[in-house]
Design a protein around this ligand. Structure first.
Ligand code: PXL
Length: 297
């Protein structure tokens, strides 16, 4: 159970277990292109198919695929598939959360990185599909992960702490990360971290290092849907390219910021998701440069 295995055995491959929201860019429509451009061979397990995500749209369709999850996993296993990372995000029911735990057990090997993005809410509120039971289940799922990437709302919910919109004190952020590690994780990355009104970003803490690192960039006004998924996918792409957690975190903060700036400048409604596509070649180059750098060192 490690974030950065010390061997060269890390496999740049992942199983991404998220919903497929047809429009409004989030979950699989963000995760798959990001991981692919990072050079990660990605198998996708859609947990549900929706016409749009549930944030800011009314009347969306929702085709539940819970019954397909274990048969898909068993089929993959019978095909001899294995993954460098298992990565889950937004989930639709308590039962799905339990099944994901089973799927993790099926594929987990000593070198596997299990990343759970405990997608539950934002701005102090749980998403409307989230029940208290699901939130409890999500805590259990986090306990079976190596690394989690909650935002401040999700971290407070996982820890039973009152939510506050910030700015925060550094000691507060460190305390939250330390409490998250007590869930049994090797590392935690907290997003939505800010120490003043001007900047926002993420902080990470690795059990083996014990030192918190923060990466902040200028705050762009507004709330941008799908950026949590974007952040986690870039982070995982970096880790599977053998970046350290702090470098992967810095890369994810910078890339997410770049996409938020483009979204803001485009004047598009934030509910239609981040404008990340034009920046994918840049991300691909960054990952390639890093691969070359470590190959020569
Ligand atoms: O980005 C998180 C997310 C993913 N998938 C669905 C969602 C949301 C957030 O609202 O509704 C379906």
């Amino acid at each position: 159970m490690n974030i950065m295995p010390s061997t060269n055995k890390i496999i740049p491959s992942a199983a991404a277990i998220h919903d497929l929201s047809g429009a409004g860019k989030c979950s699989l429509t963000v995760v798959l292109p990001v991981l692919s451009v990072c050079g990660v061979e990605t198998s996708v397990m859609p947990t549900a198919v929706l016409s749009t995500h549930t944030g800011g749209f009314e009347g969306f369709t929702y085709r539940d695929l819970t019954e397909d999850l274990l048969p898909t996993a068993r089929h993959w296993k019978s095909c001899g598939l294995s993954f460098g990372a298992l990565y889950s995000g937004f989930l639709g029911s308590e039962r799905q959360i339990k099944l994901i735990q089973e799927i993790f057990s099926l594929f987990r090997a000593p070198e596997t990185l299990v990343l759970v993005d405990p997608v539950m809410g934002d701005n102090g509120k749980l998403y409307r599909t989230y029940t208290q039971e699901m939130a409890r289940g999500m805590k259990e799922l986090c306990e079976s992960a190596d690394l989690i990437t909650p935002n401040m709302t999700e971290a407070c919910h996982l820890l039973g702490r009152p939510y506050c919109p910030g700015p925060y004190r550094e000691e507060e952020i460190l305390e939250i990360l330390q409490e998250l590690l007590k869930l049994g994780l090797s590392g935690a990355v907290l997003t939505g971290v800010c120490f003043d009104e001007q900047q926002v970003g993420a902080a990470c803490l690795e059990r083996s290092k014990g030192k918190m690192e923060t990466f902040l960039l200028s705050r762009v006004a507004g709330s941008y849907h799908g950026t949590g998924d974007l952040f986690s996918a870039v982070l995982l792409g970096g880790l599977l390219n053998r970046m350290s957690l702090s470098l992967a975190c810095e890369t994810a903060v910078e890339f997410t910021h770049r996409c938020i700036v483009s979204t803001r400048e485009s004047g598009a409604e934030p509910r239609f998701g981040p404008k990340f596509e034009a920046h994918l070649p840049y991300l691909g180059r960054k990952m390639e440069e890093y691969r070359k750098k470590i190959a020569n060192s």
